[in-house]
Design a protein around this ligand. Structure first.
Ligand SMILES: [Zn+2]
Length: 281
C-alpha cells in the first residue's frame, strides 16, 4: 500500500520535471522504449516508460487508449504493429485527458486511420482554450467525439462505459470495460486523471468527488492506469511472466485498487487543506 503511494508520488514528479536531464530522458524514444506486452486476451500495453497507451481489441477493430506525443508518435505506430496489429484497424482513440502526453499523438493517428477521437467536454474546452492562447504543444485537434458521463462506446462485441471524473483536468475520461484472462472475464477500470498537479479549491473538490464516485463503484477487479507506474504495470507484468498454471493473476487485484483510491483520497485531502489555506491568504 505504501508502495502504491510512492509510485503515485513518483509519477507526479515525472509529470512536472524539475531538471533538464529529466526532461531529456522523458522525451528520449530510446530511453523510453518498452517492448509491447499483452496483459489480457483483449488488452495490450503499447506505451512507453512514463506514459501508457493501450490497445483494446474488439471483433470490429481496435480501440486505442491515449496517444502519446511528439517524439513517440512514429514509434507508437511501430509498437502497435510489433504487437501484431494493423494501426489502420484503430477505430477509436479514447483520450483520458487533454494534457499533451496523452492527447499529443491523437491527430496524427486520426489522420492516418480515420479513427474518431473521443474526449470529455471539459477537456475539449481546455484544448480549445489552450489553442486560442497559443499554449498547445502539438497540432490543433478539431473537436470530434464529445463523451458525456454515462455514454457507452460500442465497437463490435465490446462496450466501454464512460465517466466524466474531473479534477486533474476539467474533463477526465474514466472507463469501465471487460477484460478476459484466458476467457475468464474481469471488470476493468481506467481512472483517467490521477496526478495532483493542478490548483484551486474548486478543482480539488471536483477531484475528491470523482474519487468518491470511484470508491462507491462495486466489482472493479483490474486497474488500467494511464501512467504505468500508477498501477505497478511493469512489476505486475514481470510477475506474470513467472506465473504458474492456476496461480492468481497479478493484474486482477480488487483490494489493490481500493487501497490505491484510499491513498489518493488521503493525498487529495491534504491538498485541499493547502489550497484552502492559500485561498484564504
Ligand atoms: Zn495529465
Amino acid at each position: 500500500m505504501t508502495r502504491i503511494g510512492i509510485a503515485v508520488a513518483l509519477s507526479i514528479a515525472w509529470a512536472v520535471p524539475t531538471d533538464a536531464q529529466q526532461l531529456l530522458e522523458r522525451d528520449d524514444p530510446v530511453a523510453q522504449y518498452v517492448e509491447p506486452f499483452q496483459v489480457f486476451d483483449n488488452l495490450h500495453y503499447v506505451g512507453i516508460e512514463w506514459v501508457s497507451a493501450w490497445i483494446l481489441e474488439t471483433s470490429e477493430g481496435l480501440i486505442l487508449f491515449d496517444s502519446l506525443y511528439g517524439p513517440f508518435i512514429e514509434g507508437l505506430l511501430k509498437i502497435i504493429e510489433s504487437a501484431g496489429f494493423d494501426p489502420m484497424d484503430i477505430k477509436y482513440i479514447l483520450v483520458s485527458h487533454a494534457h499533451s502526453d496523452h492527447v499529443g499523438g491523437a491527430k496524427a493517428v486520426q489522420d492516418l486511420t480515420g479513427a474518431r477521437i473521443g474526449m470529455v467536454e471539459g477537456d475539449w474546452q481546455m484544448l480549445e482554450a489552450d489553442a486560442k492562447a497559443g499554449r498547445l504543444r502539438h497540432d490543433a485537434i478539431p473537436r470530434d467525439l464529445v463523451i458525456q458521463d454515462g455514454d457507452v462506446v460500442q465497437l463490435g462485441d465490446t462496450s466501454i462505459t464512460c465517466y466524466a471524473t474531473p479534477g486533474h483536468t476539467p474533463g477526465v475520461l474514466s472507463m469501465a470495460f471487460t477484460v478476459y484472462d484466458n476467457g475468464t472475464p474481469h471488470q476493468a477500470f481506467s481512472f483517467g486523471g490521477v496526478g495532483l498537479n493542478f490548483s484551486g479549491v474548486a478543482r480539488t473538490e471536483m477531484y475528491i468527488e470523482s474519487v468518491k464516485r470511484l470508491q462507491a463503484m462495486q466489482g472493479i477487479e483490474v486497474s488500467i492506469p494511464n501512467h504505468a507506474s500508477m498501477g505497478r504495470v511493469f512489476e505486475r507484468n514481470e510477475n506474470l511472466k513467472s506465473r504458474k498454471p492456476g496461480e492468481a493473476y497479478a493484474f486482477v487485484d480488487p483490494e489493490g485498487f481500493s487501497a490505491w483510491l484510499d491513498d489518493l483520497m488521503v493525498n487529495v485531502e491534504k491538498k485541499l487543506e493547502e489550497e484552502t489555506e492559500k485561498a484564504g491568504r
